[in-house]
Write a protein that binds this ligand. Structure first.
Ligand code: ZN
Length: 145
């Protein structure tokens, strides 16, 4: 059975970091539902194991999901970070981690962040740069901020 997320993990596309249970990735411009440009900083945390929903996680996987969500959120350096599980397009659990950057007008706050004309959007090249930037900030201790 073909799975977009499992294929992405095998190829390493958009991967920021991860461990033996979870993968922290950036949403890719060729993702289902994307149109070649994506909101920069839109991350997902995905179990390595192909499972459909939160209820399918083991306790260890759930712990790892929370840890990677927090690490990703810290590395984004946003004024606020949204998080959700939707699952309408891909049947492999992925927790969205979406930054709201300083200066985002109130009328474009989630779920309309990417409708803001000045939203930071990008294609493959910008996503690659963003992945490198986020990876470099992953280990920042929140108590040092
Ligand atoms: Zn899968």
């Amino acid at each position: 059975m073909a799975c977009y997320v499992c294929d992405k993990h095998r190829a390493g596309d958009g991967v920021v970091s991860g461990d033996d249970l979870m993968v922290l990735t950036h949403v890719l411009p060729d993702a289902p539902g994307a149109d070649g440009r994506v909101y920069l900083g839109h991350l997902t945390v995905e179990p390595r194991r192909h499972v459909a929903g939160l209820a399918d996680l083991t306790d260890d996987e759930a712990t790892a999901l929370g840890r990677w969500a927090a690490r990703g959120a810290r590395a984004l350096q946003a004024e606020h970070v949204y998080s959700s599980v939707v699952g309408h397009q891909v049947d492999h659990l992925h927790l969205h981690i979406v930054p709201r950057y300083p200066g985002t007008p109130r009328e474009y706050w989630w779920p309309r962040l990417d409708e803001w004309p000045d939203a930071p959007m990008g294609g493959a090249e910008e996503v690659t740069r963003m992945v490198d930037d986020i990876r470099a900030r992953l280990d920042v201790d929140p108590r040092a901020r």
